[in-house]
Design a protein around this ligand. Structure first.
Ligand code: SF4
Length: 291
């Protein structure tokens, strides 16, 4: 027998059927990781039933049920929201007014409604800026115009990139088409713009079209985490998805506005006024075993 055909010692001693059985042995299956949104929603339903309604009902009792009303056209809302990033709403308003003055469009005047939950003084009524001129402006000039909103070196390129993306995809700067989409489709479209995160996209879609999204800003996040409706360590994306799963679509606007109010007026980052809070009986921040 040539060396090429000589059987190995193992093959010589092990019967063929035994080898086949060993080869067919099924591999151990890895357990699929549960969807964290589904897992959290189930946990809430099982261990803290009724907590969402309790929270929203108590806040509505305290602050009323705000009624949705459009406050700006969606392109203006997007740019104003970019301007509010990491600064006070009042500073963003000053910067937006300066955009209107520096790049006037001659379009019809918009009546600006500050909207409940908005922390600024409110824009004066006026036409939106000429977005073509804003997009094409020399970057140094645009930075100077929006300087009151802070971090102009980041915001000016972000604003121009956003306007460019909208124009390249749609042929002009209008975002009115988003109102024809579902909430998630519209949010996906907006977050496809570099630098537009879920929070910014949700603000635009909720305030301009009343689409059922819950923007998680710092006040909303703080109250929801303290009460225990969001996991303490949830990061932005997960928080948005859990809030969408827990809050009924027809209460999204009310939830967003009242949670912001509560965060500003009572549940402060430092020294929250527990004694004034209608949520304290079920708040895990004051009682880790609250129902
Ligand atoms: S009880 Fe205190 S920590 Fe809890 S939601 Fe109210 S103010 Fe915030």
């Amino acid at each position: 027998m040539s060396p090429a055909t000589k059987p190995t010692p193992a093959a010589k001693t092990r019967p063929t059927t035994q080898r086949a059985t060993k080869a067919a042995k099924p591999k151990k299956r890895k357990r699929a990781r549960p969807d964290p949104v589904v897992a959290w929603s189930r946990r809430m339903a099982r261990y803290r039933p009724g907590l969402v309604d309790f929270t929203l009902d108590e806040l509505a009792e305290r602050y009323g049920r705000p009624v949705w009303e459009r406050r700006l056209d969606p392109t203006s809302e997007l740019i104003l929201t970019i301007l509010t990033q990491n600064t006070a709403d009042t500073n963003a308003e000053v910067a937006f007014e300066r955009l209107r003055a520096a790049y006037p469009s001659g379009l019809p005047v918009e009546v600006h409604r500050p909207g409940e939950g908005w922390g600024g003084r409110g824009l004066a009524d006026g036409a939106p800026p000429d977005w073509v001129r804003v997009e094409m402006a020399p970057i140094e000039e645009l930075m100077d115009v929006i300087r009151p909103a802070g971090i102009a070196t980041q915001k000016a390129p972000r604003i121009q990139a956003s306007l460019r993306k909208i124009r390249e995809e749609r042929g002009d700067h209008s975002l009115e088409f988003l109102g024809e989409m579902t909430a998630r489709e519209a949010r996906d479209w907006l977050t496809g713009i570099n630098g537009v995160a879920k929070k910014t996209a949700s603000v635009v879609l909720l305030f301009c079209f009343g689409l059922p999204l819950v923007p998680i800003d710092r006040h909303v996040e703080r109250v929801l985490k303290r009460v225990g409706l969001l996991p303490a360590k949830a990061i932005d994306d997960l928080s948005h998805e859990i809030a969408l799963a827990l809050i009924e679509p027809d209460r999204s606007y009310e939830a967003h506005v009242n949670l912001i109010r509560h965060g500003r007026l009572v549940c402060h980052a430092r020294n929250p006024a527990h004694e004034l809070c209608p949520l304290r009986d079920r708040c895990r921040f004051v009682n880790p075993k609250a129902p």
